[in-house]
Design a protein around this ligand. Structure first.
Ligand SMILES: Cc1cc2nc3c(=O)[nH]c(=O)nc-3n(C[C@H](O)[C@H](O)[C@H](O)COP(=O)(O)OP(=O)(O)OC[C@H]3O[C@@H](n4cnc5c(N)ncnc54)[C@H](O)[C@@H]3O)c2cc1C
Ligand SMILES: *[C@@H]1O[C@H](CO)[C@@H](O)[C@H](O)[C@H]1NC(C)=O
Ligand SMILES: *[C@@H]1O[C@H](CO)[C@@H](O)[C@H](O)[C@H]1NC(C)=O
Ligand SMILES: *[C@@H]1O[C@H](CO)[C@@H](O)[C@H](O)[C@H]1NC(C)=O
Length: 539
């Protein structure tokens, strides 16, 4: 994919979110310059859990070399005295039951006769962040991103025409870099956010943790578990595997330990000392939960930890939420930069993504791991199902027709019925004789109208002649056959002649239950509304 010419988008930060932004933008042929102050990657692997939704995004970007977690992967945490010692109890990774096939004996009646609904074509992945980032970086370079390491952003200016980033480069010289827009993916301590003086709110600081990263062959004793709560009178810690021989022991205190003390603590956490042990590095970090008051300031957008720092939890809200941010933003920037859609569309980024971050912030504290950090100022709220948080958070903005503020902010995909603002549900269809997920019927950058009725063809032609943005028509039941009968009408609550209009990011922007009298006119006005192209030709 070769970017077209034009003012690039500047991305600050070449970590997970910045690199994902560069990849999303390159899929829309938007040139990017990525500025990164460090010369290499960080030594600590950090995130390890990448969710199904994240993997769906990577799939749509044509990234297919990330190993999914094995199907029988135990997403469970064991509460133990030590790794090899007494086991107190096991808690599932998420508080939601995620039974895998192997766990249920065939002769035992299932709790519910309904099979567990399949929500995604993609399985989550347990790849350490420091392995994923170089993969993303190599791809981003291949796809034309201009990644400049040892370039530290020190100030940012903007006017009606663009942004100017001032950096100190590898030689220590100041440079000015011009761009059309800027994405601040510069992490928790975001320079950009601080320069713009955007405040943050939330639970705030909770705890300082010290950690040690080491290599040791502990797999022989884990019984398939990857996370352990170590509980001894004089050792309270959390032991986590990166599934590649590396382990992190995180102490629930901020005590400084020298190497002999670290080794002793590791032996104590494992419950034996007869194994080779190599200490890689130590770390110290503060658990914080803060969300920026706005994700946009003119031509500058905050994404990832710069926008929302959420403590690592088992639902993977930290890194994953940031990747979803830039997926939401990239197609909008591309559409505006191409001159097809109005810059007003960009305001929907904050409107759609900030409520997601706020809800995730609150949900962290109603989950078992963080309940202890609940303070009186933080309302408890009700716990929302993990699948609902992962697949069923709704977008309500001016870019969605019929966005209903009274709806719950998240539900399981099979509890939604095509409400505008929800993601198109996953189901299997046959396309040219091949079984494919709905996800693969979408195409990068394009809007898609799904209907079972061919009556929409004329409206599609009309819109494609008159509207600035092309709309693809997926005629269900015809060019694309259902694998399971009437999935579409049932799951989207439309009739045979009804239709849903899906945005380039897979979210439903508009739904009509039956074909209207003048479909051309109705579709045309819907498109101009949701795409903010009302200034466009004749619509
Ligand atoms: C110990 C630990 C475990 C974690 N585990 C998980 C997990 O299991 N699941 C999960 O989802 N999340 C987890 N997280 C969170 C996850 O690592 C972060 O959410 C993620 O790294 C955020 O990515 P980011 O790209 O937004 O920011 P960062 O990764 O913080 O990257 C910001 C980048 O911007 C660069 N930068 C900063 N300022 C400038 C500047 N002025 N100029 C140029 N470049 C700059 C930095 O050098 C850095 O490379 C964990 C975090 C930690 C610390
Ligand atoms: C926890 O899991 C282990 C390994 O599967 C099992 O042996 C043990 O009985 C479990 N403990 C509890 C309390 O469920
Ligand atoms: C996030 O930033 C705040 C303030 O800059 C800092 O106190 C905290 O330690 C940081 N948290 C993490 C997890 O890096
Ligand atoms: C439908 O609306 C379009 C656009 O306004 C118009 O050109 C067309 O004539 C209308 N068709 C009918 C059958 O009214």
């Amino acid at each position: 994919m070769f970017p077209t010419t034009g003012q690039p988008v500047i991305v600050v930060g070449a970590s997970l979110v910045g690199l994902s932004a560069a990849l999303c933008l390159s899929s829309h042929r938007v040139p990017t310059i990525v500025l990164e102050k460090h010369s290499g990657k960080s030594l600590h692997p950090r995130a390890i859990g990448f969710t199904s939704r994240t993997m769906e995004i990577y799939r749509s970007l044509g990234i297919d070399n990330i190993e999914p977690a094995p199907e029988d992967f135990k997403l469970e945490r064991a509460h133990v005295e030590s790794l090899t010692g007494k086991r107190n109890d096991n808690s599932s990774w998420s508080d939601t039951e995620r039974k895998t096939k192997g766990e249920k004996p065939q002769n035992q009646a299932p709790k519910s006769s309904a099979p567990k609904k399949e929500y995604s074509v993609e399985r989550a992945s347990a790849i350490p962040q420091d392995k994923l980032e170089p993969m993303l970086e190599a791809l981003a370079l291949e796809r034309g991103a201009d990644i400049r390491r040892k370039h530290k952003l020190i100030s940012v200016d903007q006017d009606e025409d663009g942004v100017v980033a001032t950096v100190t480069d590898a030689e220590g010289n100041e440079q000015k870099i011009h761009g059309s827009y800027l994405i601040a993916a510069d992490g928790n301590r975001s320079t950009v956010r601080e320069l713009l003086q955007i405040p943050r709110h939330g639970r705030g600081y909770m705890q300082t943790l010290s950690s040690v990263l080491f290599r040791a062959p502990l797999e022989q004793w884990t019984k398939g578990f990857v996370q352990f709560d170590i509980d001894q009178p004089d050792l309270k810690a959390f032991l986590a595997s990166y599934s590649d021989g590396r382990w992190a022991l995180m102490f629930k205190d901020a005590v400084d330990r020298d190497e002999p003390a670290l080794r002793a603590a590791i032996y104590q956490a494992v419950g034996r000392s007869d194994f080779p042990l190599e200490i890689i590095t130590t770390g110290r970090w503060e658990l914080t939960a803060l969300v920026a008051d706005t994700f946009q300031s003119g031509r500058v957008f905050l994404a990832g930890d710069a926008a929302h720092t959420l403590p690592p939890n088992r639902g993977g809200y930290g890194a994953n939420t940031g990747i979803h941010d830039v997926h939401n933003l990239a197609w909008k920037l591309a559409a505006v930069l191409s001159g097809k859609l109005s810059p007003e569309l960009l305001n929907t980024y904050d409107a759609e993504r900030r409520p997601i971050a706020l809800l995730r912030h609150d949900q962290i504290f109603v989950r078992a791991d963080y309940k202890v950090h609940l303070d009186t100022a933080t309302p408890a709220g009700e716990k929302i199902d993990d699948d609902a948080m992962e697949f069923g958070q709704i977008y309500l903005s001016d870019g969605i027709i019929g966005a209903d503020e009274s709806l719950p902010r998240a539900k399981k995909p099979d509890e939604w019925n095509g409400q505008p603002g929800t993601h198109i549900p996953h189901f299997w269809v046959l396309k040219d004789g091949e079984k494919v997920p709905t996800l693969d019927l979408l195409s990068q950058g394009e809007w898609t109208l799904f209907s079972e009725s061919d009556e929409w063809s004329e409206a599609i032609s009309f819109v494609n002649e008159n509207s600035p943005i092309p709309v693809r028509f997926v005629h269900l039941g015809e060019s694309v056959q259902f694998v399971h009968g009437d999935d579409f009408q049932k799951s989207l609550e439309v009739s045979h002649s009804g239709a849903v209009l899906v945005r380039p990011d897979g979210y439903i922007a508009w739904r009509v239950k039956d074909i209207p009298g003048n479909a051309s006119e109705t579709l045309g006005s819907a498109i101009s509304k949701v795409s903010f192209s009302s200034g466009g030709p004749q619509l």
